[in-house]
Design a protein around this ligand. Sequence first.
Ligand code: HEM
Length: 123
Amino acid sequence: MARTLYERLGGYDAIAFVVDSLMARLRDDARLARYFAGHGEDSAKRLRQLQVDMICQATGGPCFYLGREMRTVHKGLGIDGGDWQTMITHLVGVLDSFKVSDAEQKDVLKLLNSIKNDIVERP
Ligand code: HEM
């Protein structure tokens, strides 16, 4: 049987590491920091856990995402195409730093691309 993307990425811990590293980079980037300003520690942890659960589930892992729909939760934030590209560039940096191979990176980007229109509101 074909291995799931979850397995090919290295499972739960690997996904959690990627999410943590990506979120640290997004918060440190002046172009994106405004989206996360005012989040206390607890809100940041909640968001992080929901992201891990969602990606774990979407890649075929043993998790169940209990958060809101992508369109609902991002509506009104005004995320634009430039923000999206900035996030993707950081993500690729993180995946490279964890030595995630090209085939898996391609599948991760494909997955994110499939939800892009629910998150990005402006070109
Ligand atoms: C530039 C890209 C993105 C930005 C700036 C962004 C920003 C945010 C912000 C500010 C929130 C909190 C909203 C609130 O609680 O009022 C949020 C929630 C969330 N985002 Fe994103 N997001 C981006 C992309 C993504 C992507 C690609 C994913 C999934 C792979 C994702 C998954 C989530 C999840 C799971 C939540 C929490 C849902 C809930 O509270 O029920 N986001 N995002």
